[in-house]
Design a protein around this ligand. Structure first.
Ligand SMILES: *[C@@H]1O[C@H](CO)[C@@H](O)[C@H](O)[C@H]1NC(C)=O
Ligand SMILES: *[C@@H]1O[C@H](CO)[C@@H](O)[C@H](O)[C@H]1NC(C)=O
Length: 357
């Protein structure tokens, strides 16, 4: 008994050794500290959504409403959080969402995120201040996906896709939920502009505007241009998931753009089950939007997501302490997921099932 108690105390003490101080802080603390460093326009740009923030809040509420059904008396002494995403094994089912203009909140955002001391997949935004080639050159071992859109000039799309493939990006992440920017009134009120994040588009001129006449035919066309997998980001319905897969998509990222596009769009956790039911046997399905804890990761996995992506938490980490902060955020989510898996009787990611929700 005494030995057990001492072991517990020793473990607790270990958590608070100096190098682990940031890691033992909750994600909420990093969020608060980061936001205190930002002025109002940047806080709004980072944290808020479109119009009335209905979908922004819905993402969080959906996670909060869902409960976890734990199973006990399972041997959880050895746990394995690794998962394969498009054939690539990562430490845990926690990846990094693309975040356009994250250099507004942290000057070295792309390259600090790309240091990836955690060991995951980073989706690089096309709206960055460093070219996709420079990110690849700085961090050649990083497992990168390239986010892009269908542009008015389809040759721009093709050229960007080929540049990403040539630079070692392992997949394209095509955003389909932005035929036009969502109405983000706070940015207008704050005079917030995004002038200098178009470095990837410099060779192209006016054709490099996001198209509002793109269709699924463009997805099939883009798929035929490249050899790397094509992941579709922004799917919220079974109908579109079906069309995406039939157009050649290799995987689907269920996303509502962090609530920044269509206000009143469903929470991603609400949309996930119908999409998994429709295409889950044919392709991998991921989720982003509102993931703030290991319990959230667990809930999404239980509903059929292969992995989750996080956007704002990575930005809070960046603002808090650069690449160290990014690592801390991902380690917190890892530690929490490991803890939840242990208490729910799930020693592996594959053992997390719908019966746990
Ligand atoms: C889409 O619109 C652009 C102009 O914005 C035009 O140049 C292009 O030809 C159109 N493409 C298709 C497939 O309709
Ligand atoms: C935004 O710009 C307008 C026009 O230049 C100005 O009147 C207004 O005060 C500015 N608002 C903020 C919050 O800076």
């Amino acid at each position: 008994m005494l030995r057990h108690l001492m072991t517990a105390m020793f473990t607790t003490k270990l958590l608070f050794t100096p190098t682990a101080i940031i890691m033992s802080a909750l994600l909420r603390d990093i969020e608060t500290a980061a936001n205190e460093k930002l002025d109002q326009p940047l806080r709004d740009y980072l944290n808020r959504g479109a119009m009335d923030d209905l979908t922004l809040r819905a993402n969080r509420e959906a996670f909060s409403r869902l409960r976890i059904r734990p199973r006990y008396m399972v041997d959880v002494s050895h746990r394995d959080l690794t998962v394969q995403v498009l054939g690539h094994t990562i430490r845990a089912p926690i990846c990094v969402s693309p975040f356009g203009l994250n250099t507004a909140v942290h000057s070295n955002a792309e390259l600090d995120t790309a240091k990836d001391q955690f060991g995951t997949i980073m989706a690089v935004s096309s709206g960055s201040r460093v070219t996709l080639e420079d990110i690849a050159g700085a961090e050649p071992s990083l497992h990168k996906w390239m986010q892009l859109f269908i542009y008015r000039d389809r040759e721009v799309t093709r050229d960007l896709a080929l540049r990403a493939q040539a630079s070692g990006y392992k997949a394209l992440l095509l955003t389909v939920d932005m035929p036009v920017l969502g109405l983000r009134y706070h940015n207008q009120k704050n005079n917030f502009t995004n002038a200098d994040n178009r470095v990837n588009y410099e060779p192209y001129g006016a054709g490099a505007r996001v198209a509002d006449n793109a269709t699924w035919a463009d997805v099939a066309w883009l798929k035929a241009q490249v050899d790397i997998p094509l992941v579709i980001k922004g799917i919220l319905t079974a109908e579109d998931a079906r069309l995406a897969v039939d157009s050649g998509a290799d995987a689907i990222l269920v996303s509502n753009h962090g609530g920044r596009q269509l206000d009143s769009a469903p929470a991603t956790l609400e949309a996930l089950p119908e999409i998994v039911a429709e295409v889950g046997r044919e392709c991998e399905v991921y989720l982003d939007g509102g993931v703030r804890s290991g319990a959230d990761v667990f809930k999404a996995l239980a509903l059929g997501a292969r992995a989750v992506f996080v956007g704002r938490p990575v930005c809070w980490g960046l603002v808090h302490s650069g690449s160290e902060g990014v690592k801390s955020v991902l380690e917190i989510l890892y530690t929490e997921l490991d803890n939840i898996m242990t208490i729910t009787g799930c020693p592996t990611v594959a053992s997390i099932t719908p019966s746990h929700n």
